[in-house]
Design a binder for this molecule. Structure first.
Ligand SMILES: C[S@@+](CC[C@H](N)C(=O)[O-])C[C@H]1O[C@@H](n2cnc3c(N)ncnc32)[C@H](O)[C@@H]1O
Length: 231
């Protein structure tokens, strides 16, 4: 009788733990990666909403994107920014995105390497802007510049701007690693600090945010990132 009592008690105690284990297993292992990222937590929409929050917080008018690909980001953000400048090295992708973005008369598409594009436009950008650096080889059908990542060259060009408080967002930041023979993250940070020593760095959803002149300590977490994210 006593044994049975302890058995039931142990069952009551361990069942929720076991249940939690199985729920966890079903949610994270059985649901494929794609399903979770698309339906449960739409990753791309989250990225756009973060960029848009930065825009509205700092009252930014211009968005400069390197690596247009299909034009998804430019298209999604075209109703929020006054001007969007985007560059794609691959001719076919450029033509495809140009067709798609034709109806957005504030989106300007270029078919150049990101370095040349920035050389061309940087002196014409006269207000604090958001630079979204995302030009890199992304599998078959996409292009590769002289190196897999053109980020360092792009930062060198941005450094030529007289404006030293641009907001710089680098996508796919986890790709920067000497382990994978890519550009080192430390090199990227040094290049950003050459532009301004006032940058503060945040990492969210595999993007690096270089934010200048924060008025508040950890302003990015306090005012930009959704409140349910705890830091
Ligand atoms: C990750 S995709 C860009 C995705 C896009 N920014 C978006 O959010 O939808 C990278 C693109 O950069 C392009 N690319 C690669 N190297 C480039 C370079 N040096 N200059 C311009 N575009 C480049 C590739 O062809 C590819 O289409």
């Amino acid at each position: 009788m006593k044994n049975k009592f302890f058995y039931i008690l142990a069952l009551i105690f361990f069942l929720p733990v076991k249940g939690f284990f199985w729920l966890n297993f079903i949610f994270f292992k059985i649901f494929p990666y794609y399903f979770r990222r698309t339906f449960i937590w739409n990753e791309t929409n989250y990225k756009y909403s973060l960029i848009n929050k930065v825009r509205s917080h700092y009252k930014i008018k211009n968005f400069v994107e390197t690596g247009t690909y299909m034009g998804d980001t430019s298209f999604a953000l075209s109703s929020y920014f006054e001007n969007i400048f985007t560059v794609e090295l691959n001719k076919k992708l450029y033509e495809r995105s140009l067709k798609r973005l034709k109806k957005c008369d504030n989106v300007f598409c270029y078919n150049l390497s990101s370095e040349i594009f920035l050389k061309k436009i940087i002196s014409k950008i006269n207000n604090q802007s958001i630079f979204f650096l995302d030009a890199h080889y992304s599998g078959p059908g996409t292009s590769k510049g002289s190196s897999t990542f053109s980020c360092l060259k792009e930062l060198k060009e941005i450094n030529k701007s007289k404006i030293k408080n641009h907001i710089i967002i680098i996508d796919d930041i986890s790709d920067f690693s000497s382990f994978e023979n890519n550009e080192k993250l430390s090199k990227i940070i040094s290049a950003l600090e050459k532009i301004s020593k006032k940058y503060k760095f945040y990492f969210e959803y595999d993007m690096l945010f270089a934010i200048p002149d924060e008025k508040l300590h950890r302003q990015f977490y306090k005012e930009i990132i959704p409140h349910f994210l705890i830091r």
